[in-house]
Design a protein around this ligand. Structure first.
Ligand code: WTA
Length: 653
């Protein structure tokens, strides 16, 4: 490990940061030794209607997992993001919206955002939304998406944001699972100069026979495209708010009332509705946003994530707004209309903190220095990454080319389920090592376990678990607490299992090695192999499908699919088979969405299976990685000859 570079703090930043290394260590120690006291203090960073007296009440027992923070306190998340700033920074910009076209932008002050949220909250009430109802938000990256989230929070409705890139089928499944009452969407979305037919997708999703709870669809006019209209069900956003007041009393919510549901992929079954509650989540979002990004009063902060993902929830909306930051929201793509768009936006709005994904960094890096031509980026102070391991080359490029060796990089490891950042450097405190997420955040107790669940001490490798609760943690899966306990707490009794593997080095730094289950990470998006497989086997010609990941230069991981066809469907004619491969790619794209499109499909006469019929994914992974010399033991296979065919016809070379 001697070739690993280190970037000590002092070389990097010449200003006062929130914490130095000693302070980090002292605060961390306190947060573990006196969890109750630490979180009682931190709980005060947000506004409570009824202050809490209980801090934590936790059981990680696999059969009765029960997680409560600040249980007897009451609050409102939207009031914490808006009302409490009105007196001190009402005229400060809360959201800078940067449109898909560089000429399109808008500044929204805290006062304006407050007014818009109240108005839309009243509109939701008029449309019949009550406390505890689930509202689905299927929107492009426009300010109304944030307004909609906060309006739900204001009246105690639970939002379920579904990424605008998901297909009608995927949307229907998510609407059905949580019995959605109202859907908020736009006529169309705009990204990279192309439009996305959001309203049409909603219309189609709502024709699914299983979907029967939706009473209203509220539609933002984004492009003015021609769309179908269902008079009794559809209502324009601008009509819905027209007569509503800009005042709306925030609902008094209990700390453990759900704030939102967010669907994410697991290794098996349909997507899981991860539930986050109000009090602990807000404390954790606000605390991590401030310390991890060293956020300081008046700074412009830009998280490039879509609101359809957890990063967009915690670090575009709830964290920064709770802290009174100016949060930049970008509608388009990092390389549209030019490869230097990110840098241009940084200069245009004076961005101080930039938080993005390794896949975006690699895509920019692939174009060389074009990503920074004619830009200065002097305002930048802290850079962040999230979503997947960052390879040291991309880290170095981000550090040197975007940040000009001035800005520390915070490589933040966390998950939809963790609610906020868990393992990360802190600017001003942590010596950086490219590719390592470094050390745990306050209150987080990571550990590595071997296959038997024994804790690995010191330098070593294993599965990453978290030993004790933290306030931002997900409390349950919507409507399925059994699955929640089973998925996260049954693998290693009494511990939260992350699904990731990691290594710990001699400095106690963590190096995330990636998922140890059948979850893929494609361009930082989580994809369940089971979801893609079930989409494929629904095709009339497909008998069986097995999906694995393989290393991909830009996406991190690509999707490699092995397909066996029904009898007689595999042609002797290559062109016919090639056409079918294209058709299958399109099929998956339509079924789940563009992010799930397979990169490579191999048609095969069989899959490697054990005698008990289990597909040996280990072998399929190796072949997909083009590592055919390292297949390991194949003696337990029912038909070892299958492997020769698979190797010979592999499509990644
Ligand atoms: C991966 C995104 C390495 C990891 C916030 C995790 C990372 C999954 C990092 C969660 C990182 C996230 N380094 N891997 N800095 N950040 N991951 O739920 O495999 O979309 O389990 O949450 O992304 O993805 P999710």
């Amino acid at each position: 490990m001697s070739d690993i570079k280190r970037y000590p703090v002092k070389e990097n930043i010449g200003l006062t940061t929130l914490v130095n290394n000693d302070q980090y260590e002292a605060m961390y120690k306190r947060s573990i030794d006196d969890s109750e006291g630490f979180w009682a203090e931190q709980g005060k960073r947000i506004d409570w209607i009824e202050p809490f007296t209980q801090v934590r009440d936790i059981s990680f027992d696999e059969h009765k997992v029960n997680i409560n923070w600040y249980k007897d306190g009451t609050l409102n998340a939207s009031a914490n993001c808006l009302d409490r700033h009105l007196a001190t920074r009402g005229d400060q910009t809360a959201i800078i919206w940067e449109g898909d076209e560089p000429t399109d932008d808008r500044h929204i002050s805290y006062k304006e955002l407050h007014g818009e949220v109240c108005q839309f909250a009243n509109a939701l009430k008029t449309q019949g939304v009550r406390k505890g109802d689930v509202v689905c938000i299927y929107m492009p990256m426009v300010p109304q998406a944030v307004v909609a989230m906060l309006a739900c929070a204001r009246i105690g409705a639970i939002h379920s944001v579904v990424f605008g890139g998901f297909s009608p089928d995927a949307l229907a499944g998510r609407i059905d699972d949580s019995q959605v009452k109202v859907v908020i969407t736009a006529d169309e979305g705009v990204r990279g100069g192309k439009t996305v037919p959001l309203k049409e997708n909603v219309d189609e999703a709502l024709t699914h026979p299983s979907v029967n709870t939706v009473e209203k669809v509220i539609v933002v006019k984004r492009t003015g495209a021609n769309i179908d209209w269902h008079r009794s069900r559809d209502i324009w956003y601008h009509d819905a708010i027209a007569k509503e007041s800009k005042h709306c009393q925030p609902a008094e919510m209990r700390a453990e009332d759900p704030l939102f549901i967010l669907y994410t992929s697991g290794s098996t079954g349909k997507p899981k509705g991860v539930v986050h509650t109000t009090g602990g989540y807000m404390v954790y979002a606000s605390l991590t946003h401030e310390y991890v990004f060293d956020y300081q009063e008046g700074e412009v902060y830009w998280c490039t994530a879509d609101v359809g993902w957890i990063t967009g929830h915690t670090y575009l909306v709830y964290g920064p707004l709770a802290n009174g930051a100016t949060s930049l929201m970008c509608e388009g793509l990092p390389n549209y209309p030019n490869i230097n768009r990110v840098s241009q936006v940084v200069d245009k709005h004076g961005v101080n903190i930039l938080y993005t994904a390794p896949t975006a960094i690699r895509a920019l890096m692939a174009e060389g220095d074009a990503a920074v031509t004619e830009t200065k980026r002097h305002s930048l102070r802290v850079l962040g990454t999230v979503g997947e391991p960052i390879n040291p080359e991309a880290w170095e490029w981000y550090y040197r080319t975007i940040g000009e060796e001035r800005c520390p990089i915070v490589d933040t490891w966390w998950q939809t389920e963790t609610g906020g950042i868990m393992i990360t450097p802190l600017p001003g405190a942590t010596t950086l090592k490219p590719g390592s997420a470094t050390r745990p955040f306050f209150g987080v107790q990571p550990a590595l376990v071997d296959a038997e669940g024994n804790i690995v001490e010191g330098v070593g490798e294993g599965n990453l678990v978290i030993l004790d609760s933290w306030p931002g943690q997900s409390r349950t899966l919507y409507g399925d607490h059994e699955r929640f306990m089973q998925t996260y707490f049954s693998t290693y009794a009494g511990m939260y299992f992350t699904g990731d593997g990691a290594r710990r080095d001699e400095d106690g730094y963590y190096w995330i090695t990636g998922r140890v289950d059948d979850v893929l990470n494609v361009s930082g998006h989580r994809m369940g192999t089971a979801e893609i497989e079930s989409a494929l086997v629904a095709h009339p010609k497909v008998a069986e499908a097995a999906v694995v990941g393989y290393p991909h230069d830009i996406k991190g991981q690509g999707i490699y699919v092995y397909v066996t066809l029904n009898k007689g469907e595999l042609s002797a004619d290559k062109e016919v088979n090639d056409a079918l491969v294209l058709e299958l790619k399109k099929w998956v794209r339509q079924d789940i969405g563009p992010i799930a499109t397979p990169d490579l499909i191999q048609l095969t006469s069989g899959l490697p299976k054990t005698r008990s019929g289990k597909i040996m994914r280990r072998i399929l992974r190796k072949i997909a990685e083009n590592e055919c010399g390292a297949l390991g033991d194949t003696s337990t296979l029912a038909d070892p000859a299958v492997v020769d065919e698979l190797i010979e016809q592999r499509v990644n070379r």
